[in-house]
Design a protein around this ligand. Structure first.
Ligand code: AMP
Length: 280
């Protein structure tokens, strides 16, 4: 049985005990409904840190009023078993009241960056993400925190936050884990019906088209975006949210896919919003 911590003080005490014993501490923040993508982050943490905490918290402030907070998949027992099986030492699973105590009035806003890409489509989303991650970093006092490239705009926002707040936790970015047909693993894939699941693979197919165009020297934003529009437009259940070529640090649009550029897609497949990306 993996240790389960419920309060920020318990997490801090666990972390301080590990550090007092000369250990490094790794943190893997998640919303739960763990899959092989999360497992890869936990394994990366295990390989780089002595002590590993996985946080499981469906953070209400990062969900918009018409989003899926209430129905987000919650699979706590299976999550604990998976986390333990890939080397986590503890699970931090606080209540909403623990992370947002009565009267909570403090939020972290990353200006500019926080309103681009998913931040533009989901107003307030990155404010919620930055706020909860700042709270987790404050409680965990981790040396390293592990995030997936799948949520690539999130990584850009959190890097800016840690730099601006001079936080001591270093962000480590791990590659996207995919299904055998290419679809990026996501807890939200569970919402897809069979036909939506079949069409959803167009996102990763589109990313593949972008990669091969770029390899063949086609690097202009307009060309790459048009190619993705054609791939996604062929699927009747897909509605494009955004297709963007941006600088990965600033999330500002780029004309050409230069090294360090991020090509990102967000699209609705039926009622489910999925994302994918590639970094050049
Ligand atoms: P979530 O629970 O969806 O908030 O994800 C928690 C962490 O797992 C985030 O850092 C995600 O980027 C990461 N993650 C989610 N899906 C994947 C994936 N398919 N491959 C790698 N990392 C992922």
């Amino acid at each position: 049985m993996i240790g389960i911590l419920r309060t920020a003080d318990e997490l801090r005490a666990w972390s301080r005990a590990a550090r007092a014993a000369g250990q490094t501490v790794g943190l893997v923040p998640t919303l739960g409904a763990l899959h092989a993508g999360h497992a890869s982050l936990i394994r990366a943490a295990r390989s780089r840190c002595h002590a590993v905490a996985v946080s499981i918290f469906v953070n209400p402030t990062q969900f918009g009023p018409n989003e899926d907070f209430a129905r987000y998949p919650r699979t706590f027992d299976a999550d604990c078993a998976l986390a333990a099986s890939v080397g986590a030492d503890v699970v931090f699973a606080p209540s909403v009241e623990e992370m947002y105590p009565d009267g909570a009035a403090t939020f972290v806003e990353v200006e500019g960056l926080g309103n681009r890409l998913d931040g533009a489509s989901r107003p307030g989303h990155f404010r919620g993400v930055a706020t909860i991650v700042a709270k987790l970093f404050a409680a965990a006092e981790a040396d390293l925190a592990f995030f997936g490239q799948k949520d690539t705009a999130q990584v850009a926002v959190l890097r800016r936050m840690t730099a601006d707040l001079r936080l001591a936790t270093e962000i480590v970015v791990c590659p996207i884990v995919r299904e055998s047909d290419g679809l990026a693993l996501s807890s939200r894939n569970a919402y897809l019906n069979a036909e939506e699941r079949r069409q959803a693979v167009a996102l990763s197919r589109a990313i593949g088209v972008v990669e091969s165009l770029a390899v063949h020297g086609q690097r202009s934003a307009a060309t790459l975006i048009e190619a993705v529009q054609a791939v996604l437009g062929a699927e009747p259940l897909i509605r494009i949210d955004y297709i963007a070529l941006v600088d990965w640090n600033t999330l500002e649009p780029l004309e050409s896919a230069t090294p360090g550029a991020l090509f990102a897609i967000a699209a609705w497949v039926g009622a489910t919003r999925l994302i994918d990306n590639v970094i050049f």
